[in-house]
Design a protein around this ligand. Structure first.
Ligand code: UD1
Ligand code: CA
Length: 458
């Protein structure tokens, strides 16, 4: 059967107290609405998913555009009923239509499939997900008749004191028979208190026309958490992180003290890799097998081969480390740095837009920027590529097997040939041919007896 998913994501989210639309806030490494789209994708192809945008519509659409879903702009945020009604022209009027709210990021694919199946098997007009909450504050309450069908949803503000005690709540996730939804949605009238059109009124409208609206109870209420405040955002983040950790652990990754580790949704980690406490693996990071990621390391959009060791407190951004290489502790790789197979980058070494070839080493205290460094090169402690002349960046090229002595200053653009040696403390401003020794420092002067001669006697 035709299945369309509409995600309501037009609201401002006043209770977040933010300049940014609520659905753009992130939990588990994705924007809330991205999490919802990921769940929706398990029900329908991207082409059958429509997001309703409004507040900061351009930003929300820009974020979701690459996925290929459709958009409808809601003109004026006049409530969830108004938001769905704006989709009238954009979606089919047959088959099923599932409505999700963009602020429920914990929803699982399994629950959505169960909702679809419940509605498919039902003769009713809609099925909606309910749960029981010890503290139902803020949620719409579900009223049932003696057959257990939903007769109405009452929003918190409209509840009588008796209704306020009801613990069965509306999750905001509904599966409608499209035809009946579109036939009757125009009957929603503005809420007398807020002036908004509440989608929740559809339950009473459908029931009034003699259609059944069925509740589908979900035991694990955490899945249905709607994010309205930053406190709830933090709670959702914690749950998404622990789900991701569990998924990785079950697939063969060791995570020490998982509650301290932060791994974004899209990160991939190979088997037998060990992740130490307080590591953060962010963005599109991909880690191979048999790696060890040290305590406190931060990797964002990093790609690591197999058997890589990242020692503690290393920061890697938008960079690549090939198999069996070692990086850190306290190293920084950024902007397309590339560490070759079996290479070593040690403490307080920074690589920026630099390729360090296979088996090469830079073990301590160096800045290597805009450099192409060959294989089995040794970079001494304190080496600096002077890549910036105040206006432009220039490149440094170092051939295979070169040996750069400690505290060398390589003034780019400059080329150092294969197998050549640079004496410690050199300032290298001119190219060095292959297999030569270059010294670029003041010659040492030793003045014998100078101290005695220059110390005046009485
Ligand atoms: C809503 C439900 C409530 C339910 C709760 C579950 C209504 C009237 N109430 O309340 O019964 O218990 O969710 O979390 O539906 N949105 C728009 N356009 C608008 C208004 C909202 O797109 O004009 C979007 C928001 O971006 C948000 C979603 O709809 O993603 C829900 O809106 P929100 O204001 O958070 O509804 P709640 O008050 O939480
Ligand atoms: Ca909400």
């Amino acid at each position: 059967m035709n299945h369309t998913v509409v995600i309501l994501a037009a609201g401002l989210g006043t209770r977040m107290r933010s300049k940014h639309a609520k659905v753009l806030h992130r939990a588990g490494g994705l924007a809330l609405v991205e999490q919802v789209v990921a769940a929706a994708r398990t029900l329908a192809p991207f082409g059958r998913i429509v997001a309703v945008t409004g507040y900061q519509a351009e930003l929300v659409e820009e974020l979701l555009h690459p996925l290929g879903i459709g958009f409808v702009r809601q003109q004026g945020q006049k409530g969830t009923g108004h938001a769905l009604a704006s989709c009238r022209e954009a979606v089919p009027h047959d088959g099923l239509l599932t409505v999700l709210y963009g602020d429920t990021p914990l929803l699982t694919a399994a629950t959505l499939a169960r909702l679809r199946d419940a509605q498919t098997d039902s003769d009713g007009a809609a099925t909606l997900i309910t749960t029981t909450l010890e503290d139902p504050t803020g949620y719409g309450r579900i009223l049932l008749n003696d057959k257990g069908d939903v007769t109405a949803i009452v929003e918190e503000k409209a509840c009588t004191p008796e209704q306020r005690k009801i613990k069965l709540i509306n999750s905001g996730i509904y599966c409608f028979r499209s035809e009946l939804l579109w036939k009757h949605i125009g009957e929603i009238v503005p809420n007398p208190a807020s002036g908004e059109l509440y989608l929740t009124d559809m339950a009473e409208i459908l029931a009034h026309h003699g259609h059944r609206v069925r509740p589908m109870h979900v035991e694990d209420a955490t899945e249905l958490l709607g994010i309205n405040t930053r406190v709830e955002l933090a709670a959702a983040d914690r749950i998404l992180r622990s789900r991701k950790n569990e998924e990785l652990m079950l697939a063969g990754t060791t995570i020490e003290r998982p509650e301290t580790v932060t791994i974004d949704a899209r990160v991939q980690v190979g088997t037998d890799t060990i992740i130490e406490p307080f590591a953060r693996l962010l963005g599109a990071t991909i880690i191979g097998e048999d790696c060890r990621i040290g305590a406190g390391a931060i990797l964002e959009n990093a790609v690591l081969g197999n058997g890589v060791r990242v020692f503690p407190y290393t920061v890697i951004g938008d960079s690549r480390v090939d198999s069996a290489a070692q990086v850190g502790p306290f190293a920084r790789l950024r902007m397309d740095a590339h560490v070759g197979h079996n290479a070593r980058v040690g403490n307080f070494v920074e690589l920026k837009e630099t390729h360090l070839g296979n088996g090469s080493k830079s073990q301590h205290l160096a800045y290597l920027g805009n450099a192409e460094i060959g294989e089995r090169v040794n970079i001494g402690a304190g080496t600096i590529t002077c890549n910036y002349d105040g206006q432009k960046k220039h490149r440094t090229t170092i051939g295979d097997r070169a040996f750069v002595g400690s505290n060398s200053t390589l003034v780019a653009p400059v080329e150092i040939g294969e197998g050549s040696y640079i004496g410690a403390g050199s300032v290298i401003t001119d190219g060095v041919p292959a297999d030569t020794l270059a010294l670029g420092r003041a010659r040492q002067v030793v003045k014998t007896g100078w101290v005695k001669r220059s110390t005046k006697k009485d």
